[in-house]
Structures are given as structure tokens and as C-alpha cells.
Design a protein around this ligand. Structure first.
Ligand SMILES: NC(=O)c1ccc[n+]([C@@H]2O[C@H](COP(=O)([O-])OP(=O)(O)OC[C@H]3O[C@@H](n4cnc5c(N)ncnc54)[C@H](OP(=O)(O)O)[C@@H]3O)[C@@H](O)[C@H]2O)c1
Length: 282
């Protein structure tokens, strides 16, 4: 691993995004700020992603697919400015090399969300072929916060250089207890959310990808979700995409029942896309 990363030239700024204040009333009731402060340490959790008409997040696993138009892209960045953390799975971190920062005009480093990557088996590389992962590069230049990587690797299994690079930009590895060999390397969502809460995170926006959203929509995890904000783009992606298709739920007679339903629902058009906001019906 090279150590020249900190000498990378500062990335040229991407254009700042503007979210119109006239659009704010539509999403405001679904934001963490709408909730009266409680003594709960559980962070406010928003699920948000962009989907096609055939419930697909991308054309194929490992492929980044632009779905949001400029208006919903700006809305997503506004949402990022309203949450303390943005969480993605390692599938997304590897496929998209995402920046995981907020480009709304006027947002300083303090208000930037903390990137969080769920990477149980250490698949995500802090640096590859001498190039830093984009969110690390931005953090090194003070354009975003250093990422937290949630892993079941133990301290001595983590690459020294990766740890040093991550810590240099303010990030860290957060080690969860190992699960026995042979079982799925699955972290429990309750543990992930509790850990973020213990680390002082008051609100988290969970952006995907498919595995992350589908597992969060399992019955046992629904009570962790406070808001759902989905962008629906007017496009079909076709077979082979990364689908939002949570595991089937059945009743006591083994008959299929809906997995989850939203209430307090609002739909609004932003450009060519529609944004659906709601709360999980309890
Ligand atoms: N349209 C959108 O808004 C949007 C947003 C985000 C991503 N995407 C797209 O979605 C695709 C990626 O989705 P994906 O399903 O392949 O990957 P993903 O959901 O980003 O990550 C899945 C991986 O994360 C780890 N993981 C997730 N939840 C876990 C849990 N509770 N416990 C332990 N590990 C957990 C597992 O890693 P291990 O396999 O290593 O155990 C799992 O395989 C990409 O194509 C990306 O472009 C689209």
C-alpha cells in the first residue's frame, strides 16, 4: 500500500446542489428534526433509496446506475445534511466507490454526515492500486468525515496501513464479535443501530443497497425504521437488477402476507421522478 495518498491533489469541487425551500414542507415531517427530542439513545433511522418501476436499484449487482434526476439528487443530498450518519453495505461501497458526503451549498465539515460502511468480512479497501477510496480521499481533504467501517474482523486481522489511513482522516474500524464459522457473517441490525447510538449518532440515513434494505425490511427489524423516503424514477431496468424484494412473510397458517405497509403517506413529483414518504405501519 502506498503512503502517498495524503499528497493527492485536492479534488476539484463538484458543483454545489440546491434544494428549494418550497419543497421542504413535503419531506419535513419525515426528518429527524420533526421528532421531539427523547431520552432514547436509538438513532432516528431513515431508509432512502432510488428505485426503478420494476423495483430495481441498479442494472446488475456491482453496477452503479444513475436513477435520480437533478431534483431528487438534490433532495437526497438535502436529506444527508439532515442526518448525522449515512450507512451503506459493502456491496455498494465496492460497486459505486461513493463519496458519501453532502453537496448542499453552505454545508461545512461539522454538518457533514458520518459515512458508515457495513463490511463484516473486510471486503472494502481503504486504498487500491495507490488510489484512496473516494470517501477517504474526501475526508483527507476535509470535504467529508472519515468513514466508520463495521466489521467482524478482529483487531489483529485488520491491515495496519488501512487502519492508519482510516484513522488519519478521522475514521475507524468498529469491531463486532465474531460469529461462529459456518454461520452467515450476519450482523444484527439491532446491534448496528445500538452501536451507532452508543457512539453518539442521533440520526442515520440508510441508503442501500439491496441486501441492506431487504434485510432491514424483515419483520424483526421494522421497528428500527422511523421514516421511509423513496425516489421512484420513470424507467424499467429489466431482469438481472438489484431488487428491493424483502423475504416473504407468512401468517400462522403459512399463508403469505404483506411484508410491510406504509402509512402517513405522501407522494410528490420532483422533476420527472416521484418521491414517496411514509412511516412503517405498526
Ligand atoms: N438506487 C439506489 O438508491 C442505490 C443505493 C445504494 C446502492 N445501490 C446499488 O445497489 C447495489 C449494491 O447492493 P448489494 O445488495 O449488492 O449490496 P449492499 O446491500 O450494499 O451490501 C451487501 C453486503 O453488505 C454486508 N451486509 C449488509 N447488511 C449486513 C448485515 N446486517 N450484517 C452483515 N453484513 C451485512 C454483506 O457483506 P458480506 O457479503 O461481505 O457479508 C452484504 O453482502 C449496487 O449495484 C449499487 O449501485 C443503489
Amino acid at each position: 500500500m502506498s503512503h502517498k495518498s495524503s499528497e493527492d491533489p485536492k479534488p476539484p469541487p463538484k458543483p454545489a446542489l440546491h434544494f428549494a425551500s418550497s419543497d421542504l414542507p413535503h419531506i419535513a415531517p419525515y426528518l429527524p428534526s420533526a421528532v421531539v427530542a427523547t431520552s432514547s439513545v436509538k438513532p432516528f433511522v431513515t431508509i432512502t433509496f432510488a428505485t426503478s418501476l420494476d423495483s430495481s436499484l441498479s442494472l446488475a449487482p456491482g453496477t452503479q446506475t444513475a436513477l435520480s434526476g437533478p431534483e431528487t439528487k438534490a433532495m437526497t443530498h438535502y436529506l444527508r445534511s439532515q442526518h448525522e450518519a449515512i450507512l451503506v453495505g459493502v456491496g455498494t461501497a465496492v460497486a459505486d466507490n461513493p463519496a458519501l458526503n453532502c453537496r448542499i451549498e453552505g454545508v461545512g465539515l461539522e454538518e457533514q454526515p458520518r459515512p458508515v460502511i457495513v463490511d463484516p468480512s473486510g471486503r472494502w479497501l481503504v486504498e487500491e492500486d495507490g488510489k484512496l477510496a473516494e470517501c477517504v480521499r474526501l475526508a483527507e481533504h476535509g470535504i467529508g468525515k472519515g468513514p466508520w467501517v463495521l466489521t467482524t474482523l478482529q483487531e489483529d486481522e485488520i491491515n495496519h496501513d488501512s487502519r492508519r489511513t482510516l484513522e488519519r482522516c478521522g475514521g475507524q474500524y468498529i469491531c463486532f464479535p465474531c460469529v461462529p464459522k459456518g454461520s452467515q457473517n450476519q450482523l444484527q441490525w439491532r446491534d448496528i443501530i445500538d452501536t451507532l447510538g452508543r457512539l453518539g449518532v442521533k440520526s442515520a440515513m440508510i441508503e442501500g443497497g439491496g441486501t441492506v434494505i431487504n434485510t432491514l425490511l424483515e419483520d424483526r427489524n421494522l421497528n428500527l425504521i422511523d421514516s421511509v423516503i423513496i425516489t421512484i424514477a420513470p424507467v424499467w431496468l429489466g431482469e438481472g437488477g438489484v431488487l428491493i424484494n424483502p423475504p416473504r412473510r407468512t401468517d400462522e397458517k403459512a399463508q403469505p402476507i404483506p411484508v410491510a405497509r406504509l402509512d402517513q403517506v405522501k407522494w410528490k413529483q420532483f422533476g420527472d421522478d416521484v418521491v414517496l414518504c411514509g412511516k412503517i405501519k405498526r
